[in-house]
Design a binder for this molecule. Structure first.
Ligand SMILES: Nc1nc2c(ncn2[C@@H]2O[C@H](COP(=O)(O)OP(=O)(O)O)[C@@H](O)[C@H]2O)c(=O)[nH]1
Ligand SMILES: [Mg+2]
Ligand SMILES: [Zn+2]
Length: 373
């Protein structure tokens, strides 16, 4: 389990709710449709992945900062603080320890072999990705659709910003709890950020804080209420992100890209790299991209997801991904209690006694059902 190295800010959510100023009328938002299609990224033949071979040793090492599912941008950082960017494709004989997972993901450390062809001034130099270095941490989900594969949304990040909003769309605790399982599984420290507080009246916001405060009180999660639009809570968010590499995830329309714009002080929708060769939309919100924060640290913007299937957790492991639940579970009659049908289940008793949040238990049951027996 990942170390909790963030500063606990008890009561910060309540303070944010109080400091919120009145006046935000409901605004129409263009809740753009982002397909949940996760492209399973494979070399032409899976057999060509090579876990051991290491002739990529001399190749320069960089980090994937941009993924379109077809091409990847790799940043090579020089000692003097400058960086060179390459447009890359994976080698057919790529070296990677990963099987059945996204081949190259944003955040991956990779070794690349720059191509020899002369660089044209109006496009990035090209290179081949020879090796993907082992992933230290990851945000993964079950690939949507017909593929039973791991979709790596971002790798080698240390913090997961679970972004939700209070209207257009409304937050969904089932989804939040799925993210927390993924954070636990992927060795990430989660923080819960609730955006668009300008959309609700003050008294409603108090109810919302009441509804979500358990994440801070029982789970020790940093919980921040912000409004990108009105600039509320952004200082606290900056503080929580400084020095970390954080992936922003959440449904389409919660404000991931606009918040990142605010944090960077520029418009990330603008094309960062011009892809003259394919002339395809390399840089719409359907892709993940990593940015350097002005105060140190990095953030990853990701496409909106519509489904978040928990990846690589067994039914037996699931209670461990619910620390509040597993704490109570010590009192169950059976060690192997699944907390679903067994007699003398301390978890069910705690839910009935309202010592454990019934909603967390609902999430547990729902994820439990979604996992293979
Ligand atoms: N009212 C309100 N709207 C916001 C706020 N933040 C973002 N939005 C709007 O929400 C919509 C979706 O934002 P976007 O950043 O594209 O969301 P993403 O899909 O999560 O990247 C846009 O129309 C934004 O203007 C906010 O704090 N308050
Ligand atoms: Mg976006
Ligand atoms: Zn039990």
């Amino acid at each position: 389990m990942a170390k909790r190295n963030y500063k606990m800010k008890q009561g910060s959510a309540r303070r944010a709710a109080k400091s919120w100023s009145k006046g935000g009328a409901y605004r129409d938002v263009d809740d753009e449709f982002v397909p949940a299609r996760a492209v399973p990224i494979k070399p032409r033949s899976k057999d060509l992945r090579q876990p051991d071979r290491d002739d990529a040793l001399d190749a320069p090492e960089g980090r994937v900062v941009d993924s379109s599912g077809r091409a990847w941008i790799v940043e090579l950082a020089a000692d003097d603080g400058t960086a060179t960017y390459y447009e890359c494709t994976p080698s057919r004989t790529i070296v990677t320890a990963e099987e059945g997972a996204t081949l190259v993901a944003v955040g991956d450390k990779v070794s690349i072999r720059p191509d020899d062809d002369p660089v044209e001034s109006d496009r990035l130099p090209t290179a081949i990705i020879a090796k993907v270095h082992p992933r230290i941490s990851r945000l993964s989900r079950k690939t949507a659709g017909r593929y039973d594969e791991e979709h790596v949304i971002a790798s080698n990040v240390d913090q997961l910003v679970v972004l939700a909003s209070v209207g257009s769309p409304w937050y969904n605790k089932r989804l939040i709890d799925r993210y927390l399982v993924a954070a636990h599984r992927g060795e990430l420290d989660p923080i819960l950020v609730v955006n668009k507080v300008d959309l609700v009246a003050e008294e409603d916001l108090e109810l919302i804080v009441e509804d979500l405060i358990g994440y801070e009180d029982s789970l020790g999660l940093p919980l921040l209420f912000v409004s990108q639009l009105e600039g509320i809570g952004l200082e606290e968010l900056r503080e929580a992100l400084a020095g970390h590499t954080s992936v922003f995830s959440g449904p389409s329309g919660v404000g991931k890209s606009s918040l990142i714009n605010k944090l960077l002080g520029r418009d990330i929708q603008e094309t960062r790299f011009i892809n003259q060769r394919t002339n395809k939309g390399m840089h719409t919100t359907t892709f993940s991209r990593m940015f350097r924060l002005p105060d140190g640290g990095f953030v990853v913007d990701t496409p909106g997801i519509r489904e978040f299937g928990v990846w690589d957790v067994t039914r037996a492991e699931l209670p461990l991904c619910f620390p509040d639940l597993s704490e109570v579970a010590e009192g169950c009659r059976f060690n192997s209690c699944s907390h679903t049908h067994e007699p003398d289940c301390a978890v069910k008793a705690a839910v009935e006694a309202e010592e454990l949040d019934p909603e967390r238990y609902v999430s547990y049951l729902q994820i439990f059902e979604s996992l293979p027996e």
